[in-house]
Design a protein around this ligand. Structure first.
Ligand SMILES: Cc1cc2nc3c(=O)[nH]c(=O)nc-3n(C[C@H](O)[C@H](O)[C@H](O)COP(=O)(O)O)c2cc1C
Length: 244
């Protein structure tokens, strides 16, 4: 079974899906190996590949794709805003065994947002529309997006969802905080629920999913297909239904 098919199949089974939330300089190949010892999630995301006009695929991150020891589908995450460079990188990545190309619309680091990348792009919905259109055309494997619910506030989230819905995404991950809220605020699960009810593709819920019980609570609150976890404890990574 190809990575693309394995990814699709995860969302056709009638149970919750778990994914390891990507963390730069944390969720590398060694970390994935550790996760495997605890059963591991259904899906893995790479740390993000930085994309700009001179960028090359970062060897360490590529290594995790080539040597993927997990036996599970892997999504390769991109961060950037230069359309030709994003398209070039998405095409290059498809020469490797990946299940999806994932676009980061959530990173709140000031150095990233100042360049209008990651979460910074949420200030430019029209540009997002253009990027998604070009990437959708270039990506033959699954095409997925990870977003926050807005930059300063979630006021334009419904408009963002309309843009996402127009580009035949295969999965949308929603981190239920604004960019300004960084990592520590409460998580606005009602907006994740809005994504679930609006989007024509599966939605992964993200934000404060730190245990099986919490994951179940979040899935009940949002109706999401699954949750993307940032595991404070490695042993959190298993599907909720199978956790003790
Ligand atoms: C150290 C660190 C690195 C991160 N790197 C990435 C990344 O490369 N790509 C991404 O989409 N999110 C990244 N995130 C965000 C997490 O994937 C996740 O969305 C966020 O931590 C929210 O989950 P939490 O409330 O359980 O922490 C990072 C978070 C942390 C703490």
């Amino acid at each position: 079974m190809t990575q693309t098919t394995a990814f699709k199949e995860k969302f056709h089974l009638s149970r919750a899906v778990t994914a390891l939330a990507p963390m730069q300089d944390v969720t590398d190949l060694a970390f994935w190996k550790l996760m495997m010892q605890y059963g591991g999630p259904d899906l893995y995301f790479t740390e993000y590949f930085r994309v700009h006009s001179d960028s090359r695929l970062e060897k360490g991150i590529l290594e995790s794709i080539i040597r993927n020891p997990t036996g599970r589908p892997v999504s390769a995450q991109l961060i950037g805003q230069d359309v030709p460079s994003l398209v070039r990188t998405a095409k290059e990545l498809q020469n490797y065994p990946i299940a999806s190309v994932d676009l980061n619309l959530g990173c709140p680091a000031p150095i990233v947002c100042r360049k209008d990348s990651g979460g910074g792009l949420l200030r430019q919905p029209e540009k997002i529309n253009r990027i998604l259109g070009e990437l959708r055309e270039a990506v033959q494997v699954n095409f997925t997006v990870k977003t926050r619910i807005g930059f300063e506030s979630p006021d334009g989230f419904d408009q963002l969802l309309k843009i996402f819905a127009a580009h035949s995404l295969d999965l949308l991950t929603v981190h239920g905080r604004t960019v300004k809220e960084m990592y520590r605020s409460e998580v606005h699960y009602d907006f994740i629920r809005e994504a679930v009810t609006t989007m024509p593709c599966p939605v992964l819920a993200n934000g404060n999913v730190y245990s099986a019980i919490k994951a179940e609570e979040v899935l009940n609150l949002t109706g999401a297909a699954g949750s993307q976890r940032y595991p404070r404890l490695p042993m959190c990574c298993a599907i909720p239904a199978q956790m003790p």
